[in-house]
Design a protein around this ligand. Structure first.
Ligand SMILES: Cc1ncc(COP(=O)(O)O)c(C=O)c1O
Ligand SMILES: [Zn+2]
Length: 424
């Protein structure tokens, strides 16, 4: 296995046992806990100055802080995404500076590519022939793409509610796609999880690329924070607002912020804010209740059009809540209407395309600024996890509803001109 110098093993987040990454592939064999790649940071031979001399081409420029060497990477040029100034949003929010980290610029249009690049590298290093996962949609598409690149057979389990683009592209990349049957409307991520688990029972040799089952997806997402901090000259922003489902990106970003602080490249952690949809907000609820873990949202209570954050039972919630609290961040839920309005207003005011799920970070940042959490001296980063065109159906449908409401209001002559809260 071609691992980096500083990577010393896989450490269980629950019992602390460390495992050899050559022989251990997934969860802790003692307690079933999540495994986390561990590093001896004294062995890291890298500095911000070295990095400045490297081309800004892909996330693999941070390889010293990743488990595998670039020569082993299954890569499509993921990462190296732009950090775009948003002056109209800053004005509307009443904060000093708003920046949008645009993960839509990734090969399959979302930040999921970073995690799948590392997961497929691990699968190939372990000699797997097949990989499998269930997903809300984008991770399935990303896995299909990276498996194609690595010449692995991918088995992807999606709920019926996953988007058309994600289902279609999963098949276009040649993966074996299973969409779980609609149940009382739509099937959910948990239904896809059951189908995946049954398949894994039958095929124990498949490499799981599932969230927090492979130790490497959150590790790939670390690079979002490394890049962001480098783009800000290693000065931590006052907040990163992150659309949170399973929390892979939030946990990975927090881990990176801790590592670079330990390396002395930054003074501060990055305050991480989890943004969720009010119709499925287990992390926000747990944060507000002061709890250490979430209470699952029953499937029949999920009520949001934002597929990527319709995650009712995020198993890693203790890690998410720790990251939020340790970084002095927070958690915020906004309604679908606020989220979808925000996506449309960002597209109009800034020209940037944010997906329906992703826009929760925009409406969440507005809510946080309105509550006084962010002020005129603050720099706020919106983590746009994916491209707007991944969710065109939800965005267009919302636009249609707004137009119909405006027309109806006009006919009634009550002068209403649509929902409040816009930034035009
Ligand atoms: C576009 C998008 N944003 C955010 C998320 C949530 O990701 P995480 O597991 O990192 O919380 C997803 C997950 O499917 C997604 O597709
Ligand atoms: Zn353990």
């Amino acid at each position: 296995m071609e691992t980096t110098d500083a990577f010393i093993g896989l450490s269980c987040v629950d019992c602390g046992e460390t495992f050899d990454p050559e022989t251990t592939t997934h969860r802790c064999s003692d307690c079933g806990g999540i495994l986390d790649p561990a590093y001896d940071l004294d062995r890291i031979d890298l500095s911000p100055e070295n990095l400045a001399g490297r081309p800004f081409e892909s996330m693999w420029r941070y390889a010293e802080l990743l488990p595998f060497v670039p020569g082993a990477a299954v890569s499509l040029g993921e990462g190296a995404t732009p950090l775009v100034e948003c002056p109209a949003l800053a004005d509307a929010m009443g904060v000093g500076r708003v920046l949008l980290k645009d993960e839509g610029a990734n090969p399959t249009g979302t930040f999921k590519d970073r995690g799948q690049s590392l997961a497929m590298t691990a699968a190939r290093e372990h000699g797997a022939a097949d990989v499998a996962l269930n997903s809300a949609g984008n991770a399935g598409q990303a896995a299909a793409a990276y498996a194609a690149r690595a010449d692995l057979d991918a088995h992807v389990y999606l709920p019926s509610r996953a988007g058309f683009t994600q289902k279609a592209m999963t098949e276009v990349h040649g993966a074996d796609l299973t969409v779980t049957d609609p149940i009382d409307g739509n099937s959910q991520i948990g239904d896809a999880g059951k189908a995946y688990a049954e398949a894994m029972e039958e095929h124990p040799d498949w490499y799981s690329a599932k969230t927090f089952v492979t130790p490497y997806r959150h590790e790939g997402k670390k690079t979002m924070a490394l890049e962001l901090l480098e783009q800000l000259d290693w000065e931590a922003p006052d907040g990163v607002v992150y659309p949170t489902g399973g929390g892979v990106g939030l946990v990975g970003m927090h881990k990176a912020a801790r590592e670079v602080r330990q390396l002395g490249w930054t003074d501060e952690l990055v305050p991480m804010y989890a943004a969720q949809a009010a119709g499925c907000a287990p992390v926000v609820d747990a944060y507000e209740a002061g709890a250490d873990r979430h209470e699952p949202v029953p499937d029949d209570r999920i009520d949001t059009a934002c597929n990527g954050i319709a995650i009712p039972d995020p198993g890693a919630s203790p890690l998410i809540l720790d990251a939020i609290r340790e970084s002095d961040g927070g958690a915020v839920a906004t309604t679908d209407r606020e989220i979808l309005d925000a996506a449309i207003e960002v597209a109009r005011a800034e020209g940037l395309e944010v997906g329906a799920t992703c826009a929760a970070c925009v409406s969440g940042a507005f809510a946080l600024a309105a509550s006084g959490e962010f002020g005129p001296d603050d720099t706020v980063v919106l983590l746009n996890t994916g491209a707007g065109n991944k969710d065109v159906d939800a965005l267009r449908a919302h636009l249609g509803e707004r137009d119909a409401e405006r027309e109806a209001a006009g006919e009634r002559g009550d002068g209403a001109d649509g929902p409040a809260g816009g930034i035009e």
